[in-house]
Unconditional design. Structure first.
Length: 660
């Protein structure tokens, strides 16, 4: 006799018993079935309150049980001392109220009967009974689940936080206890900003306990505990003061002093090198996206960037929701890549964006420049005619990424060159207009001007990030719907409309006290509905290979677009941007030609420019537009028109041209 003992059986299986002797062998297969029995699961598993939805699931072994049903125990049914159901009551269905339930799952060896109650009330509390019939014995088996439904209660704080004074290097531990139904969730804030765990800050016990280890001077401030549930929030605050100085061992002091001396030496060396390079390469000191200077006093923005804020709660976007695609531009230090962003705004699940990032092996200074550029874009804010910031990826664990709007038609210079053979000065009855759209171009231009006029200075402030707001360009594109610009002929209205929009974008930058420094058709992108946007992917352009950037000393500068005071005195102002805008107008009305055709760009060119030599009128311009170019090229910066004046003048020209 052979005996097989299975302890703590939990798996059903087939077992084969085999006996063998000289005469032969015999075997028998035994089916060994482990039943699950009856069990009840409750969802949600936490405390039930009024207006919750709940689900009771009764799961039984389908080979053992059948005829599952849900009942609720009537109030007059007898109870055992332990709150369970005696077997006679289980068999006496008159004491129970049958409930409607559905079979939600028949999976493998089990069957589940689910009872769903929605928007529950206090009366829904009580004992719920699942009854199943044994297939063989035909006896009733039951399980009971007692449910308690509580009335919601707003949070209350047990005690208050107390002000504390501690020394550097010590540990602070404070507890914020809150009661409420349902139990409130707890968040901590420091100086009105969400407190995030790091190496020295620990939150535990469901955020009830805040521990600050190895306290530093900067850990001082106003701390707040906020407890919230569905009925509201309660807040407790306390001020933590940090005193004293950190004690250092002799070795630590030696290392600290030595490091400081070495750092100071390299800092001075770096300052000397930068000043030397800056004097030689004045035009090359670009931060990339918008190479701008902040008024007043024409101080470079990179000297102020450390003071500009970056609010991660508003602008941070998860890297795992970005799908990088093909490169849009590459340079010596950075690149711009087309990407799909999932959930970056509320209008679509997926949006095509442009992602600006550094190349592999980028230096700390280049990383800092891109971070500075991100802060500049936040400072500038949103405008229809500027390529707007949508978000950023700055957290450790991946490359720094700046996410901006994607303009699928590329830069204006290349687009104009591609449309030369299709240029029609004024509207004609082409195939496009025979479809009942004779006034299409004019209507779009005037309508775009009207909508641009409605954008007030109140919309020029920094946006609150991709989570809460959309750029103005999104609104424009949704109103009209996308169109294929490549199939449409180019008209005079289009050229004036592009000029008007760029002037409007530069008027906005000027109102934000920003100077572009590299305004040219290559830095204007074309989006849907004939909307143009000012940009400067300088970090992703190799100026050493771009023929528009001419060597002057050790620097490479866009001399054809630069004002005389910028070339000779390194003076960048809004008025020098107006000069560049005049050259941009020449590019537009020459349909993308290179400025100063046939002229060698050298010192003689710079001298003649200072003496008053100007370009001839481009092939496709009007007398009024050429006069506007000459006004922008006035030798005295103070005599040049402002961008606000240019907006008004070009708007009038646009309306007059449409009426022709």
């Amino acid at each position: 006799v052979s005996t097989l003992v299975i302890q703590s059986a939990n798996v059903s299986a087939l077992y084969r018993c085999m006996a063998t002797n000289r005469a032969g062998s015999s075997e028998r297969v035994i089916s060994f079935h482990v039943t699950r029995g009856l069990e009840i699961n409750l969802q949600p598993q936490n405390q039930l309150t009024e207006k919750d939805n709940m689900s009771l699931q009764c799961t039984a072994d389908k080979f053992t049980f059948e005829k599952l049903s849900w009942y609720k125990l009537s109030a007059h049914a007898p109870q055992t001392p332990f709150g369970g159901l005696p077997m006679p009551v289980c068999k006496n269905l008159n004491a129970l109220q049958k409930l409607n339930a559905t079979v939600s799952n028949i999976n493998g060896e089990n069957v589940t009967l689910e009872l769903i109650l929605r928007n529950i009330s206090l009366q829904d509390g009580g004992d719920y009974v699942c009854i199943a019939q044994d297939k063989k014995a035909k006896t009733q088996h039951c399980l009971v689940k007692h449910l308690t439904v509580q009335e919601p209660m707003a949070p209350t704080l047990v005690g208050n936080l107390e002000n504390q004074t501690t020394n550097i290097g010590e540990t602070i531990e404070v507890t914020c206890t809150a009661n409420g139904i349902p139990p409130p969730s707890i968040m901590w804030f420091k100086n009105n900003e969400t407190l995030i765990e790091d190496s020295g800050i620990v939150l535990k016990d469901g955020n009830k306990t805040l521990t600050i280890r190895r306290v530093r001077k900067e850990d001082g401030g106003l701390y707040a505990c906020l407890a919230c549930n569905v009925l509201g929030c309660r807040k407790a605050v306390a001020f933590f003061s940090v005193e004293g100085a950190e004690e250092k061992t002799n070795l630590e002091l030696i290392i600290l002093i030595g490091t400081a001396v070495i750092a100071m030496f390299f800092w001075l060396l770096l300052v000397i090198i930068l000043r030397t390079v800056k004097r030689a390469n004045g035009g090359d000191m670009k931060t990339g996206y918008l190479s701008i200077i902040m008024d007043p006093d024409e101080v470079p923005i990179d000297e102020h960037c450390e003071r500009l804020p970056y609010d991660a709660s508003k602008w941070e976007f998860p890297r795992d929701r970005l799908k990088l695609g093909k490169p849009l531009g590459r340079g010596a230090f950075g690149q711009v890549i087309e990407a799909d962003a999932f959930g970056i705004d509320k209008t679509a699940t997926c949006r095509t964006v442009a992602v600006k990032m550094l190349k592999e092996g980028a230096t700390h200074s280049e990383h800092r420049a891109l971070m500075s550029e991100l802060k500049i874009l936040i400072h500038i804010g949103h405008h229809l005619n500027v390529v707007n910031l949508l978000g950023a990826c700055t957290k450790p664990g991946g490359p720094l990424m700046v996410i901006v709007e994607y303009c699928k038609f590329g830069n204006l210079s290349a687009y104009l060159r591609s449309k030369r053979s299709e240029f029609v000065p004024y509207k004609t009855k082409s195939s496009r207009f025979r479809q009942g759209k004779e006034n299409y171009v004019g209507d779009v231009s005037v309508d775009l001007k009207r909508r641009l006029d409605s954008i007030t200075s109140s919309q020029s402030s920094a946006s609150s990030g991709f989570v809460e707001e959309r750029s103005l360009s999104d609104v424009e594109e949704e109103e009209a719907g996308p169109e294929d610009l490549c199939k449409n002929p180019l008209t005079m209205e289009d050229l004036i409309c592009y000029s008007f929009q760029v002037a409007r974008g530069m008027e906005f930058l000027a109102s934000r006290k920003c100077i572009h420094r590299d305004l040219a058709a290559r830095n204007i992108l074309l989006s849907d509905n004939n909307v143009v946007k000012i940009c400067d992917f300088g970090l992703a352009r190799d100026i050493y290979k771009d023929p528009d950037y001419v060597r002057k000393g050790d620097a490479r500068l866009p001399l054809k677009w630069m004002a005389p005071e910028t070339i000779f005195d390194r003076v960048y102002t809004i008025q020098s941007d107006v000069w560049s805008f005049g050259v941009l107008l020449w590019e537009i009305f020459s349909l993308g030609a290179s400025p100063y055709p046939g002229v060698k760009i050298d010192e003689e060119f710079c001298r003649r420019l200072k003496e008053g030599t100007r370009m001839r009128a481009p092939d496709y311009t009007t007398p009024e537009m050429y006069q506007t170019m000459l006004d922008c090229w006035h030798g005295d910066p103070k005599q040049r028109p402002t961008f606000s004046e240019l907006v008004e003048h070009l708007g009038n020209l646009l309306q007059a041209n449409v009426r022709q």
